[in-house]
Design a protein. Structure first.
Length: 69
C-alpha cells in the first residue's frame, strides 16, 4: 500500500511523545482502509484495517480490554 500522500495524524493523548502510532483515513481511496503506522518509522510498513476492525480495536483500547506489552 502506498502511504506517501495520506494526511497522517496522532492521538491528542500522545503529548508530543515519539512512542505513538499515526493514523490516516483512506476510506475514499482505491484501497478503502484506515492506515496505521509507527510514528518513529514513517517510511516503514503500513497496516491497513477495515473501518469496522479499526473501530473494534479502538473500543478495546478505550475499554481497557487489551493488555499492555
Amino acid at each position: 500500500m502506498a502511504a506517501d500522500s495520506p494526511r497522517w495524524f496522532t492521538s491528542s493523548y500522545s503529548a508530543g511523545e515519539d512512542n505513538c502510532v499515526e493514523v490516516a483515513d483512506l476510506r475514499q481511496s482505491p484501497f478503502p482502509v484506515i492506515a496505521v503506522r509507527d510514528s518513529k518509522a514513517p517510511t516503514g510498513p503500513v497496516l491497513g484495517l477495515r473501518a469496522d476492525a479499526f473501530s473494534s480495536f479502538l473500543a478495546g483500547v478505550k475499554g481497557g480490554r487489551l493488555g499492555a506489552v
